[in-house]
Design a protein around this ligand. Sequence first.
Ligand code: G6P
Length: 372
Amino acid sequence: QAADKQGYKHYMLKEIHEQPKVMQDTLEGRISQTSVLPEILGSQASLILPHVEQVHVIACGTSFHAGMVARYWIEKIAGLPCMVEVASEYRYRDVVVPPNTLFVCISQSGETADTLAALRFARQAGYLATLAICNVPGSSLIRETDLALMTRAGPEIGVASTKAFTTQLIALMLLTLVLRRVRQAASRGQDTCEQRIVSALHALPDKINRVLALDEQIEAYAQSFADKQHALFLGRGTQYPIAMEGALKLKEISYIHAEAYPAGELKHGPLALVDKEMPVVAIAPHDDLLEKLKSNLQEVQARGGQVLVFADGAARVGAEMGLAVLHMPEVIDELAPILYTLPLQLLAYHVAVLKGTDVDQPRNLAKSVTVE
Ligand code: G6P
């Protein structure tokens, strides 16, 4: 078994390091230099997708966080209304399905009981079509949906999902660009937005390698979490779901209580919890919401909270504010959620190793939850 880990101490660490390769695999044969190739969703898709007027996304756990990121993308890049919900709530709610809605379910395993039940409900509920983003060919989810886009993460052994999540994000970005293309078909001409994102997708695996090279610094920061009971993760926009994913990773494998908040909500409650025993992680790429996030961080600093910031050079957070900063490579806003996932995975991993937990098989959790 140790051989399967290829020299890594845990499957989770091996899977974190596989991400540049599996992202590349997920893009393979699906993009040219500047655009998404036609028919990546199969030939039927061209008959269905022109009718899509909104999107409902359903998933559980980490896959739900991928869906949360996709909502920002589908609204901003494809211009379609999008709702995202956990499958265990969705399946027991009286969902009203607007005409021409595409149902998208996301699952690493394709066998999660709640997600399958949601899909089976959706198939009777008058959706335009169902689409799966999934990592396991031949899984129930793939057999039962009209359309599918496979992630190519390969087998994921660690219970805490890592490479499945980032490849889901890649697949969801491809889906977003396909939806955008269909909606823009009438306007013709070159789409500079698509060109910009596709070029950045080509460059992404290299940037991921640069983030993996920050491992030692992240390991050093992990020291200040290992003896804490709680941690707070803050982000805004697409980084809010990434904060949720970072908090989930820490909870799952280090058993530290971690909560994610959209930074603008800090003043509506969680600020009361902040003191020197509550480390705060902030995800702060240089985007439209950065200035607002900085003022949120000042509120934390003023209350004695220890803040660890993940930011790029242009964000100028460290020098200006005197905070602990891990410097990330620059990346276009649209792909920042993918890049900023990596340091949070590594942080959770190192905290868990310091605490001596069973990283690959955390207590009480299963890789795939096939019963309700
Ligand atoms: C379990 C796993 C998580 C996973 C979730 C959804 O809780 O421990 O890592 O995100 O199920 O699984 P799925 O296979 O549907 O993505």
